[in-house]
Design a protein around this ligand. Structure first.
Ligand code: AMP
Length: 115
């Protein structure tokens, strides 16, 4: 069983979040500490803890994350200029919340990825 996280509470509406999109498979809400004018997290409605835990059964929902990301980018008016999609994994990836999520970041030039 995947661990309970703060994102489970957001999904159950037990704590507030600025939800920008939701359907039966994924939910998207604004990051509480935005790194750019648009910083949205898109999460599956069930917990996959990390990218290491992805399996065949998750294929459709993970594809759907990308479709929803593109829709939100359009809605935010950042699609044409461009944006960055990030999934962090475990300690070296800088993952803090162990419910797989895609960061959608944009609204300003983000520069090159620095590692
Ligand atoms: P990561 O480092 O990839 O695990 O990213 C976790 C992200 O979740 C961080 O950017 C946090 O700012 C964000 N975050 C943590 N708690 C909340 C919350 N309650 N509502 C919205 N975003 C959150």
């Amino acid at each position: 069983m995947a661990q309970e996280t703060i994102f489970s509470k957001i999904l159950r509406k037990e704590i507030p979040a600025d939800i920008v999109y939701e359907d039966d498979r994924v939910t998207a809400f604004r990051d509480i500490h935005p790194k750019a004018p648009t910083h949205v997290l898109i999460i599956p409605n069930y917990n996959i803890p990390t990218a290491n835990d992805v399996s065949e059964k998750d294929e459709a929902v993970l594809g759907h994350l990308f479709i929803v990301a593109a829709k939100i980018a359009q809605a935010e008016g950042i699609a044409e200029d461009g944006y960055r999609l990030i999934v962090n994994c475990n300690k070296f990836g800088g993952q803090e919340v162990f419910h797989l999520h895609m960061h959608l970041i944009g609204g300003k030039p983000l520069g090159m990825m620095v590692v």
